[in-house]
Design a protein around this ligand. Structure first.
Ligand code: NAD
Length: 315
């Protein structure tokens, strides 16, 4: 009987046939459940599959208990906050992710959001479409100070881009003690220094108990008046209630968000503000990144089902 893989990631194989061909060549049957995610439906079918390629939806321990045949969960991306790793270990299910592969795409978006909110590009463009020809005054990005929270794959790529804009970069990452070569414009500093001294703060840490609400009211109060926050990491790291308050009262000049606590952020007061740009979690949605991540996931499924070691094992 042939092996079966379930794909719940929406973007898997969206830009080329290459990843699906890997399954075809290896005689692996493929099913998709990547429309609106439905936990009940997922729990009722997951027991039929040997492998899962998962996007952003929750994989609860309850669903894992039903996944009797499942050998591998491949995260179609880097962030693992939707997968209960302890439960996967308990049920002897391998978990892999695809680190660093999408870091250029996410860094492009983070930098794009920074330019967008600083120069009010989305806001001005929407006014033109409404028939208004109004000059809006923005803020320079070049030569300013960028603070990055976390100094992993994405933050490093954001810092590289910032170098081209003549920016000084302050980075906070308690797990990074030395700067790699090629970052002469970056200094490793304390969390408080990043918060207090940056004109732009870009968030690049995983969501976990230590990072939830990492940037809240207290931090926003300490930020420079007129500073900007960019979050392409995960909703919940920047406290949205506080963000709304500090954008509304003018202490913060703007925010660019690829991620929100609730996605989509229907009804969020942030959507009523002119100085916020929210995009629908498209950080890794470049053709290049999606294809590369899909191919790595497909190869990992094949390796695991052929009793070989997959790449990027997490548990
Ligand atoms: P990475 O693992 O390379 O880097 C994360 C960095 O955060 C590490 O260097 C780590 O030491 C640091 N860190 C961990 N806890 C910290 C803390 N409490 N304070 C400061 N630093 C801390 O990951 P990455 O590839 O750079 O991705 C970062 C995050 O971006 C992911 O965890 C994921 O949530 C998010 N992401 C979003 C998208 C998107 O589509 N928007 C795509 C990929 C990743």
């Amino acid at each position: 009987m042939s092996k079966r893989v379930l794909i719940t990631s929406r973007s898997f194989g969206q830009v080329s046939e290459e990843p699906l061909n890997i399954f075809k060549e290896n005689g692996i049957e493929v099913d998709f459940q990547n429309d609106e995610y439905n936990e009940e439906k997922f729990q009722s079918i997951i027991g039929n599959y040997d492998a899962l390629i998962i996007g952003a939806h929750e994989f609860s321990p309850k669903a894992m208990e039903k996944a009797k045949k499942l050998k591998i969960i491949c995260k179609h991306g880097a962030g693992l906050d939707n997968i209960n790793l302890e439960a996967a270990k308990k049920y002897n299910i391998r978990v892999t992710n695809v680190p660093a592969t999408n870091s250029n795409a996410v860094a492009d978006l983070a930098f794009g959001l920074m330019l967008d909110v600083a120069r009010k590009i989305s806001f001005a463009a929407s006014r033109v479409k409404d028939g208004l020809w109004e000059r809006v005054i923005g803020t320079d990005v070049c030569y300013k100070t960028l603070g990055v929270i976390g100094f992993g794959a994405i933050a490093k790529n954001v810092a590289k881009r910032a170098g081209g804009f003549g920016m000084k970069v302050l980075a906070y990452d308690p797990y990074v003690t030395d700067l790699p070569d090629g970052f002469p414009h970056v200094s490793l500093v304390t969390f408080e220094d990043v918060i207090k001294q940056s004109d732009f703060i870009s968030v690049h840490v995983p969501l976990n108990d230590a990072t939830r609400n990492l940037i809240g009211r207290e931090q926003m109060e300490m930020m420079k008046k007129g500073a900007f926050i960019i979050n392409t990491s995960r909703g919940g790291i920047v406290n949205e209630e506080a963000l709304y308050e500090y954008l509304k009262n003018g202490h913060l000049a703007g925010a660019g968000l690829d991620v929100t606590e609730k996605e989509p952020p229907t009804g969020s007061p942030l959507l009523t503000l002119d100085n916020v740009t929210v995009v629908p979690h498209i950080g890794m949605y470049s053709k290049e990144a999606i294809n590369a991540v899909s191919v790595i996931c497909a190869r990992n499924v094949v390796k695991m089902l052929n009793n070989e070691q997959p790449d990027h094992i997490v548990v």
